[in-house]
Ligand binder design. Structure first.
Ligand SMILES: *[C@@H]1O[C@H](CO)[C@@H](O)[C@H](O)[C@H]1NC(C)=O
Ligand SMILES: *[C@@H]1O[C@H](CO)[C@@H](O)[C@H](O)[C@H]1NC(C)=O
Ligand SMILES: *[C@@H]1O[C@H](CO)[C@@H](O)[C@H](O)[C@H]1NC(C)=O
Ligand SMILES: *[C@@H]1O[C@H](CO)[C@@H](O)[C@H](O)[C@H]1NC(C)=O
Ligand SMILES: *[C@@H]1O[C@H](CO)[C@@H](O)[C@H](O)[C@H]1NC(C)=O
Ligand SMILES: *[C@@H]1O[C@H](CO)[C@@H](O)[C@H](O)[C@H]1NC(C)=O
Length: 500
């Protein structure tokens, strides 16, 4: 059973609560009415016991207001048993992912399950669970990918049994396994995984949905690589993957991936050097030499000077640029990729030192891109308005500690993970995503029904309505203690610092 626990919203009067929320969390500059939220942002507490999805509404100006916390009915997980204090517990990107089609999926690394939800389009902060969590067909799931149509979801497992595995999103039954769509990655890993070296990072589909791509960090003398499977029309995967090593000067730690649309290429953050661009990932150009680099000279690796841990990447469609976060330097780097796949650094922004930014995502609202940055060690989310690749202004810092504390939700900087956004349909643009936006007419709708249902079948009716148990937030403390966070003037200084 899912419980929805209000962080701030549930007080005696809903109207009052809404107004009070605006005062608390949305700096409105004299405006009282905010109107309906245009979307939502989601991330994981990833606690060992009782993993939760924190849901925040996205207002028309891009700012966030915390809405609720939803139990995943699974446990979070933390890799690297030797150092339980590191703030990147899964060594991964996309541990929670929303598809533009309105499905949300999240990993429970500690339970080796996936929790999936329908996002209610009229009210994206309302999540309708698709039955119980399903097994991830491997250990320690770390990353989620959707196909373009949003009716197939794949997971990357990073533990001792490390695999990729895909499921059909069934309208009635939830996630159903796909025949021959669970494939081993072949890493020598433990559960929980030991890293950073040799851990699984991120999973995405190629733009044409004909390949499934997982990034893997290198270990000792073995370079990092992309594992690329062929995807059949029935969404089964090739038995073996093609191993594509990072282009020279070879980065050891390919991590977060972002598609480069229309170019058959992928940008990978690399926590060893900066970032790499892998060309010809769909393999339509000349095939690569065995074990070689795709792209016939078009692939490249670019060093970000002074980088410590560039691990996450997202494309901003409106500014046509890529944002990369560095957990070590607490810096964001903006990258341009030209028509010849040459990558250059446009600008760098300083987040607060020691805030350790990890996952980032983009939402496009009213033709403008907004960047959402999870800062685990500051237990905060930054909202950054993007005028262009080189003009970015932080418009909000939302601290989670107080609101969570008031309803007894544990927020631990070492565990917080993931950040994904959803924008209501009918908006000028859907949220930016790693999935690209090109539909594949050949593959859309061709998934056959798997023969057998999953053991943990959804119970239609009984579980479609989320059972909400509201925990009233203490009104006085909540209003007062949240004020300093919300009523701060937008802090442009830190964020506009150009460190080049
Ligand atoms: C982790 O942090 C705690 C304090 O928060 C400290 O007592 C412990 O020694 C740290 N462990 C490691 C391995 O650094
Ligand atoms: C699954 O793949 C195996 C080979 O890996 C093949 O023999 C078998 O026919 C496939 N099953 C289906 C249902 O396609
Ligand atoms: C797997 O890793 C362990 C620990 O690093 C090592 O002792 C073992 O030899 C490795 N096994 C293989 C097959 O490489
Ligand atoms: C996959 O790899 C295994 C081991 O190298 C090999 O025996 C098998 O023939 C390969 N399968 C295909 C379809 O290439
Ligand atoms: C995390 O924040 C604490 C202060 O809250 C600081 O002492 C610590 O150095 C930070 N960790 C990193 C890795 O920057
Ligand atoms: C939080 O926990 C404390 C101590 O267990 C309890 O007294 C308090 O009522 C709880 N508050 C809420 C909102 O659940």
């Amino acid at each position: 059973m899912k419980l929805s626990i209000a962080l701030l919203s549930f007080v005696a009067s809903a109207v009052f609560a809404t107004q009070r929320n605006h005062v608390q969390l949305l700096p409105r500059h004299g405006t009282k009415e905010v109107g309906e939220p245009l979307g939502a942002a989601y991330f994981l507490t990833n606690e060992w016991k009782d993993n939760m999805i924190i849901v925040a509404n996205i207002g028309s100006d891009g700012t966030l207001s915390l809405h609720s916390a939803v139990r995943t009915n699974g446990n979070g997980g933390h890799g690297n048993p030797a150092n339980p204090n590191n703030t990147d517990p899964m060594f991964s990107q996309a541990s929670i992912k929303a598809s533009p089609a309105g499905v949300l999926a999240a990993v429970n690394a500690g339970s080796s399950t996936i929790s999936a939800y329908w996002i209610q389009d009229e009210n994206p902060s309302v999540l309708l669970p698709m039955g119980n969590p399903v097994g991830s067909n491997g250990d320690f799931p770390v990353s989620i990918a959707f196909n373009n149509a949003g009716d197939v979801v794949c997971v990357l497992n990073g533990g001792a049994v490390n695999t990729v595995s895909c499921f059909k999103v069934d309208h009635v039954k939830g996630l159903l396994p796909i025949t021959n769509a669970t494939r081993p990655l072949g890493l020598n890993q433990t559960t929980p995984p030991t890293g950073l070296d040799g851990t699984a990072s991120n999973i995405i589909f190629s733009e044409d949905n004909c390949k499934l791509i997982a990034s893997v960090k290198g270990k000792s003398d073995k370079p990092g690589f992309l594992a690329v499977w062929d995807v059949s029309q029935d969404w089964s995967l090739s038995e073996n993957f093609t191993r594509v090593v990072a282009p020279p000067p070879c980065g050891m730690h390919p991590s977060g991936l972002a598609l480069i649309p229309g170019k058959d290429a992928v940008l990978a953050a690399d926590a060893d050097v900066g970032f790499s661009i892998y060309a010809n990932v769909e393999g339509k150009a000349a095939p690569p030499a065995a074990g070689g680099v795709h792209g016939d000279g078009q692939s490249s690796t670019v060093t970000i000077p002074g980088q410590v841990g560039v691990g996450w990447a997202v494309r901003s469609p409106k500014t046509n640029s890529y944002f990369l976060s560095d957990i070590g330097t607490s810096r964001l780097t903006v990258v341009n990729v030209d028509d010849h796949l040459k990558g250059t650094i446009v600008k760098q922004y300083e987040a607060e030192p020691g805030s350790n930014p990890t996952e980032i995502d983009i939402a496009t609202l009213g033709g403008k891109d907004f960047l959402y940055v999870l800062l685990p060690n500051a237990t905060s989310i930054d909202v950054v308005a993007l005028e262009s690749a080189s003009v970015a202004t932080r418009i909000q810092r939302l601290n989670l500690i107080e609101p969570a504390h008031q309803v007894n939700i544990t927020i631990d900087p070492r565990n917080l993970h993931g950040m994904t956004t959803y924008v209501k349909k009918g908006q000028p643009q859907q949220p930016g995503s790693n999935q690209g936006s090109v539909q594949n007419p050949e593959q859309a709708g061709t998934v056959p029904e798997p023969e057998q249902n999953h053991e943990q079948e959804a119970k239609p009716g009984s579980e479609q309505e989320p059972k909400s148990e509201s925990v009233p937030a203490p009104e006085q403390e909540s209003a007062q203690e949240s004020k300093p966070v919300s009523e701060q003037a937008p802090e442009k200084e830190g964020f506009d610092l150009n460190s080049e």
